[in-house]
Design a protein around this ligand. Structure first.
Ligand code: NAD
Length: 356
């Protein structure tokens, strides 16, 4: 059976690593009809929007996409295409496994964590107001009327909506995954001691959902303590579930436990659509130089093959990556540097892809 998959090359190193990913997926023999879809900075220049309706329709038509990273201008410019895609298809669960691989160059050897990051709300909702705007003045008035200290003049403001349905949905996804994959524990990560309403609600939903899964252990941890614990002893953790912003930060931290951003895959899952992508960004500092590590994109593709019920091909892809890294003779510069402190002896994206 042939699967239809939307392939989004993205910006920066995106085109290089998605080209490499496609070659490896095709080498598994799984029949995929790739439909290229363009979004991001280059499309913005040509069409005045980084995410044309045509692109959304093409992804909607196939329901499964794999993408390269897309550049988001910092501070000014267009809003994140990634965030817009997550909203457009209600991709509420961002799943990021972080597993040690032999020869990954990390300080740790047997990390095995899975992160469930809520993907649609929190400070990523994009509800922001500029200093001096009428909205900030109106909110200041409401805040004072509620008997709280007002907003300091000259402040910008971001709102952090955390809802019961979205919190319940992500925690349920984490517990369902834990049960289906024989995992022992789910840890909810929050800052409910300070944000009693928003993070307090997330924690309440986590506790409520946990009570329906007596076979899986549950604990909660405050985000700062969780970060320290992860670095000190990652084996204390198993499946983690977090609101959007903490999920973003903690998944990069966890990528650092398993050899860095070049190795950390991810999936954005909704009810009728899934978009797979590496955790890392478009790495403009190394774009177009045949030095990017495509492994995170390969492992994201393996997650996609699992989603398409092509489990044998997914497993072969993971084994091929593992074997190539374990051998250690054809690895990219980031891995070489982690292993030896120097990039000498590293190979390029294309040669590594050939080896895999
Ligand atoms: P980044 O992840 O692109 O890069 C951080 C560092 O890691 C850089 O030094 C980079 O060279 C290195 N790196 C990243 N991926 C690598 C790989 N595969 N192989 C080797 N080295 C790699 O983060 P950034 O610089 O903060 O962001 C760059 C752009 O990417 C920004 O515009 C940001 O908004 C965007 N971004 C996109 C996504 C996405 O599309 N999902 C995610 C994160 C960031």
């Amino acid at each position: 059976m042939e699967h239809r998959v939307a392939l989004i090359p993205g910006d920066g190193i995106g085109p290089e690593i998605t080209r490499a990913m496609r070659a490896v997926v095709d080498a598994t023999g799984v029949g995929i009809s790739w439909q290229e879809v363009h979004v991001g900075a280059a499309v913005m220049e040509r069409e005045g929007t980084p995410l044309p309706e045509r692109a959304l329709e093409a992804i909607r038509a196939v329901g499964v996409a794999i993408k390269g990273p897309v550049t988001t201008p910092v501070g000014t410019g267009f809003r994140s295409v990634n965030v817009a895609l997550r909203h457009a298809f209600d991709l509420y669960a961002c799943v990021r496994p972080c597993r040690s691989l032999p020869g990954d160059g990390s300080r740790y050897t047997d990390v095995d964590l899975v992160i469930f990051r809520e993907n649609t709300e929190d400070l990523y909702a994009g509800i922001e107001f500029a200093p001096g705007s009428p909205e900030v003045a109106a909110i200041d008035e409401l805040v004072r009327a509620a008997g709280m200290r007002g907003i300091r003049p000259g402040s910008a403001l971001s709102l952090k909506p955390i809802s019961e349905p979205a919190s319940r949905a992500i925690v349920t996804a984490a517990f369902d995954y834990a049960r289906a994959n024989g995992r022992r524990k789910v840890t909810a990560v929050h800052k409910a001691n300070i944000m009693k309403e928003t993070d307090g609600l997330f924690l309440r939903m986590a506790r409520e959902v946990a009570s329906a899964y007596p076979d899986i252990a549950f604990e909660d941890k405050i985000v700062d303590a969780a970060c320290m614990g992860l670095v000190q002893n990652p084996a204390d953790f198993d499946v983690l579930v977090l609101p959007n912003l903490y999920g973003d930060i903690v998944s990069d931290l966890c990528a650092g436990l398993v050899g860095g951003l070049g190795l950390a895959p991810g999936a954005n899952i909704g009810r009728d659509c899934a978009i797979f992508e590496a955790t890392h960004g478009s790495a403009p500092d190394i774009a177009g130089r045949d030095i990017a590590n495509p492994t995170a994109e390969f492992l994201s593709a393996a997650m996609m093959l699992d989603y398409l019920d092509e489990h044998a091909a997914a497993e072969r892809m993971r084994r091929a990556v593992s074997a190539t890294l374990a051998e250690g003779t054809a690895v990219t510069a980031d891995i070489r540097r982690a292993l030896t402190g120097s990039t000498e002896g590293a190979v390029g994206t294309r040669a590594y892809t050939e080896a895999v």
